[in-house]
Design a protein around this ligand. Structure first.
Ligand SMILES: [Zn+2]
Length: 82
């Protein structure tokens, strides 16, 4: 007997390192027609997100990280038995 019972605890969430979430090296993320306002911060950029909308890579990553954090929070809240 090991003396351990029950389910193992979930491993900790991996830490988000800014700038490492997305790979935008493909040319489809660069619009040669010229800069347009970023959908997140409004500053002009020639970068495009996966939907073709103007967005800085860092802005898109911040938005994704926020969405993931909110989803994780909702998941943890729904999993609690209060
Ligand atoms: Zn931006």
């Amino acid at each position: 007997m090991t003396g351990r019972r029950g389910r193992r605890r979930a491993p900790p969430e991996p830490a988000y390192v800014p700038g490492t979430l997305l790979d935008w090296t493909s040319s489809k993320h660069w619009d040669y027609d010229g800069p347009r306002p970023c959908r997140y911060c409004g500053i002009d950029t020639q970068l495009r997100d996966s939907h073709g909308s103007p967005a800085h890579k860092t802005c898109a990553e911040d938005a994704l990280a926020t969405q993931a954090a909110e989803a994780a929070d909702a998941y943890h809240q729904n999993g609690q038995t209060t």
